[in-house]
Design a protein around this ligand. Structure first.
Ligand code: PHE
Length: 463
């Protein structure tokens, strides 16, 4: 085992931890929701393109900065810039983002835990489609229940992060990620045998370009960012723990492939299931996995109630694990800052961040019920946090990191980092450099301006 406790012990450990951050509710909940509401096939094709052209290069950018710095993100920016202290403030991005993203993500993660529990105690059996709709509405707007389930998720996350980089984060990923993939494969197998599965496949893989408009393109880009966890400095934080022999470019491609596969497989589970009951549509939105699917599970397997039970249980456990491996990386972003910059011990830093997230998360949860009318800039807390993270910080952070690496950092430093000082070949380096210098910043700038434009049109449209 590596003597430095703040380093992932192996290359596999580094890939699994990073893939754990990337594969999450973004793949199993957000991706089908987005693909479903944006018309399926064509959206997916554009999403995959953005993963390759924007997602992977920004991921490698974050890796290079984090690994070069080694200690923590603030220090990494200063070191890579050749000692310019002003860049230290970039370390604040992951610190602030960690709080924001975990606070609202943990709410949905809490819902998945509650649904896993319901599946375990066979709470879905005998329910009608209306029951599922009413139950989800009543549960998510309750002032206490979802907060408690969110609390359990935060406590679990806190426990794992407090154990440290090797014993907590890396070990957690090594246990959960293989299980997650086994669950996914079992469910794909089951789902593909359902009647009308081919309709689900057609929806997923037959692109209908007439459905593509600027909003579909923007959603595909946003989904690629969110799904790969790029732009917030989360991957920078993890890369500080990478060993020096990791091939950053290869790792980026591996993680992106795992993440894309996980998203496509979730589609293979969800859409054949949705089409197996006539009358159900894939564009149910965020309630797809909490209302439509439990309904499908109950009514699809006929007399084989044990199969319905198993299918539901495995599906929600899968969601819980996917959520946990991502929430661990979110908590680590802020924890690492307090631990390294303010010199608090890891357990203390973890507990402080968790308590703050619990409070902010409660606000987010209440925005589905009692605090529905509390609006800031026309949004409830949950939507506001999602907006700040996915629409503001991710694009700005990603753009700044590309500009930093493409224009501020000395070319030799960058080349050395990507080729491990000339010991490995990096044939994609020229393309990578072109993307981070020109393509990515311009593209992200355009998304960002467009998003803001759409937002303000929405806000002031009524006047
Ligand atoms: N990529 C994660 C998912 O797909 C979400 C995430 C975003 C994780 C930002 C860390 C940082 O669910």
């Amino acid at each position: 085992m590596n003597k430095n406790k703040n380093v992932f012990t192996s290359k596999v450990g580094a890939i699994l931890a990073t893939a754990g951050s990337a594969v999450g509710l973004g793949n199993v909940w957000r991706f089908p929701t987005e693909a479903g509401t944006n018309g399926g096939g064509a959206f997916i094709l554009i999403y995959v393109l953005f993963m390759l052209l924007l997602g992977v290069p920004i991921m490698v950018t974050e890796f290079a900065i984090g690994r070069h710095g080694g200690k923590d993100v603030s220090h990494a920016f200063v070191k890579m810039s050749g000692g310019k202290k002003g860049w230290r403030w970039m370390g604040l991005i992951p610190m602030v983002s960690g709080f924001l993203v975990l606070s609202y993500y943990a709410v949905v993660a809490g819902w998945t835990l509650y649904y896993a529990y319901e599946a375990l105690i066979d709470g879905f059996s005998g329910k009608s489609p209306e029951d599922f709709t009413n139950d989800f509405g009543a549960f998510s707007s309750d002032p206490i229940q979802p907060v408690l389930w969110m609390g359990i998720i935060i406590v679990l996350t806190c426990g794992i992060v407090a154990l440290g980089v090797q014993k907590g984060i890396e070990r957690g990923a090594k246990i959960m990620m293989p299980m997650l993939f086994v669950f996914i494969l079992v469910l794909v197998g089951c789902s593909l045998t359902l009647p009308n599965a081919s309709k689900g496949l057609t929806f997923l893989f037959q692109p209908d370009f007439s459905k593509v408009n600027s909003s579909v393109i923007l959603s595909a880009m946003g989904q690629a960012f969110f799904s790969l966890s790029v732009g917030l400095g989360c991957l920078c934080t993890y890369a500080c723990y990478f060993r020096k022999d990791v091939d950053l470019m290869k790792d980026g491609l591996h993680v992106a492939s795992i993440d894309t596969l996980a998203a496509l497989f979730s589609g293979l589970i969800i859409f054949p299931a949705v089409y197996s009951i006539p009358g159900l549509q894939p564009d149910a939105g965020p309630s797809l996995v909490f209302v439509t699917l439990p309904n499908v599970f109950q009514h699809e397997f006929g007399d084989m109630t044990w199969l319905a039970y198993l299918f539901s249980l495995i599906f929600y456990l899968l969601l819980v694990m996917a959520a946990l491996t991502s929430s661990i990386s979110m908590l680590e972003m802020s924890t690492a800052y307090f631990n390294k910059n303010l010199h608090l011990s890891r357990p203390l830093a973890t507990v402080i961040v968790s308590v703050v997230c619990l409070v902010l998360g409660t606000f987010c949860s209440l925005s589905f019920g009692d605090w529905k009318d509390v609006q800031i800039f026309g949004m409830g807390f949950f939507d506001l946090f999602d907006f700040l993270v996915a629409k503001l910080i991710m694009p700005i952070g990603g753009m700044l990191m590309c500009i930093f690496l493409g224009w501020v950092v000395n070319e030799k430093v960058l080349r050395d980092e990507l080729t491990n000082h000339g010991t490995i070949k990096s044939p994609l380096y020229p393309a990578f450099r072109f993307i981070i210098r020109y393509f990515a910043p311009i593209c992200i700038f355009l998304i960002f301006v467009n998003e803001l434009y759409l937002y303000f049109i929405n806000l002031f449209g009524a006047y």
